[in-house]
Design a protein around this ligand. Structure first.
Ligand SMILES: [Zn+2]
Length: 288
C-alpha cells in the first residue's frame, strides 16, 4: 500500500515535470550553465568590461561597419529574437556588421556581438546565419569569456572593490588596464574546445525556441567543412576549434534524440534581399 502510494507520488511528480518541460520548452539535455566559483564578475562588471574592450578592439583593429539600415536592422532583429529566447536574456546585447569579407563572427563578454559581412554573404540560408548568431550568444550565455579572464587574472574583490571605491563604478578602464589592455584581453579570452561545443549546444536549443530550424547548424558545419574557413579563427577567440565534422556529429546526435518541431524557419526572402543589398556595396578595403 505504502509502495503504491509512493509509486503514485513518483508518477505524479514525474508527469508534472514532463508537463512543465513541455510547457516551457525545457529540454533535459540543454546544457546547464554553471558559473565557476572563481568567476565573481557580476553582470554589470562583465558588461562594463566588455563595452570597454569592444571600443578598444574596434579602434585597434580599425574596424569599419556596414551602416545600410536594412542590413543593420535585419541582423539586429535576428539577434534580439535569439537573445529573448536565450538563457541570459537580461543583458542588453548589441550586434554590429563588420565590413570585411572574412567569413567570421565573434562575441565579447557582456553581449557585444560582431558578424562579418563576409559571413552573411557566404551563408546559404537564413538558418545558417541564425546558427552562427546562436553560437556566439551561447558563448555569452556560457560566460566563456569572463570565466577565462577570471582564470588568468585575479579579477577578484581586491581589484573590483578598489576600482569601485575609487570611481564609484566597476571602472572598466581600470579593469582592462589590470588585464593588460585589449591585446592581452583577447589572448586570455580564447575559448576551449569544451566551450565551443557548449556554445553549439546552447545555440541549438536557442535557435529552436526562437523559431529557426536547428538543421541550419548542421548545414553550417557541412558548409564550413567544405572550405578552409574556421569561424572565430580570425578574431583569435578560439584556442583549438573543434573540427566541423565533430561539431556536426554532436548536433546530428541531438537531432536524432530530440527531433525539433516541424515548420521551423530555414530561409526567408528577407535574408536573400539583405544578401543582395550587401553585394551591391563596394568591396571593403580592410582585410580584418
Ligand atoms: Zn565559438
Amino acid at each position: 500500500m505504502r509502495t503504491s502510494h509512493r509509486d503514485a507520488r513518483w508518477w505524479l511528480a514525474s508527469s508534472a515535470a514532463i508537463v512543465i518541460a513541455l510547457t516551457f520548452g525545457v529540454r533535459a539535455d540543454e546544457p546547464k550553465v554553471e558559473v565557476p566559483p572563481y568567476n565573481r564578475m557580476t553582470d554589470a562588471e562583465e558588461v562594463a568590461l566588455g563595452r570597454e574592450a569592444a571600443a578598444e578592439i574596434e579602434k585597434e583593429r580599425k574596424m569599419s561597419f556596414v551602416t545600410v539600415p536594412a542590413v543593420q536592422e535585419y541582423v539586429n532583429r535576428m539577434t534580439q529574437r535569439l537573445v529573448a529566447q536565450s538563457r541570459r536574456a537580461q543583458l542588453a546585447y548589441t550586434v554590429k556588421v563588420v565590413d570585411t569579407m572574412v567569413v567570421n563572427a565573434s562575441a565579447l563578454p557582456g553581449g557585444f556581438v560582431y558578424v562579418n559581412r563576409g559571413l552573411i554573404e557566404w551563408s546559404r540560408n537564413e538558418s545558417e546565419l541564425a546558427a552562427v548568431l546562436g553560437h556566439e550568444i551561447g558563448h555569452v550565455v556560457g560566460r566563456h569569456g569572463s570565466n577565462n579572464l577570471s582564470r588568468f587574472v585575479s579579477l577578484d574583490s581586491i581589484i573590483l572593490e578598489a576600482s569601485a571605491r575609487l570611481l564609484g563604478t566597476p571602472a572598466p578602464a581600470l579593469m582592462l588596464k589590470q588585464i593588460g589592455g585589449p591585446v592581452a584581453f583577447m589572448a586570455m579570452m580564447k575559448y576551449s574546445r569544451t566551450d565551443e561545443l557548449q556554445a553549439d549546444l546552447l545555440g541549438y536549443y536557442n535557435l529552436q525556441r526562437a523559431g529557426w530550424s536547428p538543421e541550419g547548424m548542421v548545414d553550417l558545419f557541412k558548409h564550413l567543412g567544405e572550405g578552409s574557413t574556421a569561424l572565430d579563427s580570425i578574431m583569435a577567440i578560439t584556442q583549438s576549434h573543434p573540427a566541423p565534422a565533430d561539431r556536426a556529429s554532436q548536433i546530428v546526435a541531438e537531432l536524432k534524440q530530440f527531433p525539433p518541431a516541424a515548420g521551423l524557419t530555414r530561409d526567408s526572402a528577407e535574408f536573400k534581399a539583405v544578401q543582395a543589398e550587401l553585394k551591391k556595396l563596394p568591396k571593403p578595403v580592410s582585410a580584418s
